[in-house]
Design a protein around this ligand. Structure first.
Ligand code: ADP
Length: 252
């Protein structure tokens, strides 16, 4: 198994891509530290891992809080001794509106989870991996991180920031044996896209690309998890600082 013996920390493990990736990596041999601020869904993910014969722990944490991030990093090291894989995934989506109508509080919320949360995770996990001299980090960006997204300007800005952090971290840490990459999902069938669909049906702007998704459907979270598990593994040994688009042709 390609992740046999590896310790994988996953944020946003309670649902969607985070849950599917936790299950996939556990299936491939990793022990998983499932992190989410939602205790119920996070513990459910751990239960699902154990049901398929895997091993792990759940840690409740808000990725936008420094103390919480230190807490889950320490919990991983105290329990398993190391961190080989970090899927830096927790994120929130914007309430769709034109830029001029975005509330300041909404801007702060998106920046604190999507940028500060990703930064804090990188900061603390890189320290651990630097001592080990090895590790693989995957950040969740978005197709909105490589082009504009109508009515989601601030979300798009935060995901561009994730791409920036990914490239900088990759450049600074590759000589220390740490690979940092990002994935860019397009439309994924999760609770998050359900709320997007609700916004559409309640009269919001429907981007043409979503209405005409090239492959004709949203991705299942498992289709993203395949890429996460690959990037996590030594099979991706030459993939460094890449921003990997997995979008069913959305951005063709
Ligand atoms: P997707 O899988 O498409 O990224 P989801 O909404 O299904 O979207 O998953 C996002 C996960 O991230 C949820 O489980 C949510 O509870 C978690 N999450 C969101 N914000 C935070 C946060 N600040 N700290 C920890 N987990 C968070």
């Amino acid at each position: 198994m390609e992740l046999e013996g590896k310790i994988a920390v996953v944020t946003g493990a309670g649902s969607g891509i985070g849950r599917a990736s936790s299950l996939q990596m556990a299936k491939n041999g990793a022990k998983v530290v499932a992190v989410d601020f939602n205790k119920e869904t996070g513990e459910e993910t751990l239960k699902l891992i154990e049901e398929q014969g895997g091993e792990g722990i759940f840690v409740q944490a808000d990725v936008s809080k420094s103390k919480d991030v230190e807490h889950f990093v320490n919990a991983a090291v105290d329990t398993f001794g190391r961190i080989d894989v970090f899927f830096n995934n927790a994120g929130v989506i914007q309430k769709f509106s034109l830029l001029g109508d975005v509330e300041e509080a909404e801007f702060d919320r998106l920046v604190s989870v999507n940028i500060k949360g990703v930064f804090l995770g990188l900061k603390h996990v890189l320290k651990v991996m630097e001592q080990q001299g090895s590790g693989s980090i995957i950040n969740t960006a978005s197709t909105a991180g490589i082009r504009s997204e109508h009515s989601a300007s601030v979300y798009s800005a935060t995901k561009h920031a994730v791409v920036g952090l990914t490239k900088s971290a990759a450049m600074e840490y590759i000589k220390k044996g740490i690979r940092v990459n990002a994935i860019c999902p397009g439309g994924v069938q999760t609770s998050l896209t359900k709320s997007v669909e609700e916004q559409f049906t309640s009269g919001g702007y429907v981007p043409e690309e979503v209405a005409n998704m090239r492959i004709g459907r949203y991705a299942q979270p498992e289709e993203l998890a395949e890429m996460v598990s690959f990037l996590a593994s030594d099979r991706a040994s030459y993939v460094v600082g890449s921003v990997v688009v997995v979008d069913g042709g959305l951005t063709i």
